[in-house]
Design a protein around this ligand. Structure first.
Ligand code: FAD
Length: 309
């Protein structure tokens, strides 16, 4: 039983999610980590350090330069025969590639796994995170996407061997343009601390208070859909059912009511702090620490106090 994990990388750096997927995949068997792209030597070197990786497969190929799903799928199809499990993060690439691979192999994938109970038994959230189902998969080969935030990252310190992969690939699709969101904040999907704000901030200018508090704490910034729809925060900050699913050690929700669709995104948070003028709001009810009051008074005081320390 061997496991193939598809590494995610960008701009010559391995994604933080990959270390978590590797740690999860080691529960299934010995892990080979596939790095696919063009000019990927730095990523391959980083991948080889992850604990639990038996070997790194390095597919350095011009057809993989843009990580197109069709070329990645063709590559995985050529490698699938050696593996009992093929695993990717439940993120943009994995969600694109694993279903294509499943169609190619005529298998059913199991997606968005949050717990591994055995080689063919997995848990995944359903009904927007309101229930967790256990799936027993009788497929001859398991094709899985795993929610990175549900697992701790693998440690470093490994020195796994690297094996080049040669494959005849042609990308069918062509990338026309990519628009990057710049920022030096931690990645929302894997951040240890997240500070999120709601529509109650009233303007994009006021929402900067959330960013300021996040900066002091070294946290990522999140937002409700209402705040995003109002134009106070960019789309990729949205947390919830139709946004990012997060599992930080500490989540601070400010001026957020705690609608079910938002709570669906924060169920993995270990400690929840809520700041709201309505003590009866759902987020205040489930919070570990609830601060009742006006956010425009509390948040500046909090920032000043943290800056003093
Ligand atoms: P509100 O619900 O309006 O809450 C504002 C809160 O701020 C209130 O509790 C109020 O007491 C408090 N407040 C106001 N002023 C102050 C002040 N001065 N100081 C302190 N507190 C104050 N939402 C998401 O977040 N993520 C999703 O992924 C998502 N997906 C959705 C998918 C679907 C299909 C649908 C229908 C909805 C989805 N929503 C999602 C929207 C969700 O239902 C809520 O509308 C949204 O989360 C509410 O955002 P909010 O908490 O900012 O606003």
């Amino acid at each position: 039983m061997a496991v193939l994990v598809l590494a995610e990388h960008d701009l010559g750096t391995l994604s933080a999610a990959t270390a978590r997927i590797v740690a999860a995949a080691t529960q299934l068997g010995p892990v080979d980590l596939l790095v696919a792209g063009e000019g990927i030597a730095p990523v391959v070197a980083e991948a080889a350090t992850l604990a639990g990786v038996e070997k790194v497969l390095s597919a350095d190929n011009a057809a993989l330069a843009t990580q197109s799903a069709d070329a990645l799928t063709a590559l995985l199809l050529s490698l699938a025969g050696d593996y009992s499990h093929i695993v990717a993060a439940s993120a943009a690439t994995g969600r694109d590639v694993i279903p294509r691979l499943a169609a190619g192999l005529d298998l059913m994938p199991v997606t968005d796994i949050v717990a591994i109970l055995g080689p063919d038994r997995f848990q995944r959230p359903i009904y927007a995170g309101n229930a967790v189902e256990t799936v027993a998969s009788n497929q001859p080969r398991q094709l899985l996407t795993i929610r990175a935030s549900a697992f701790r990252p693998a440690a470093g310190g490994n020195d796994a061997p690297v094996e080049p992969v040669r494959a005849e690939l042609t990308a069918v699709t062509r990338l026309i343009a990519a628009h990057r969101t710049e920022g030096d904040m931690p990645d929302l999907g894997t951040a240890q601390i997240v500070v999120a704000g709601g529509v109650s901030f009233g303007s994009a200018e006021n929402f900067k208070l959330v960013e300021e508090l996040a900066q002091v704490l070294g946290a990522a910034v999140g937002a409700t859909r209402a705040a995003v729809d109002a134009g106070y925060a960019p789309n990729d900050w949205q947390v919830g059912q139709t946004g990012k699913i997060i599992a930080p050690d500490l989540y601070i929700g400010i001026g957020i009511s705690g609608a079910l669709q938002h709570l669906a995104g924060i169920q993995g948070a270990k400690k929840i702090v809520a700041i709201n003028k309505d003590p009866d709001s759902p987020l205040m009810q489930i919070a570990d620490y609830a601060l009742a009051g006006d956010l425009f008074e509390i948040v500046p005081q909090l920032i000043a106090a943290l800056k003093r320390d």
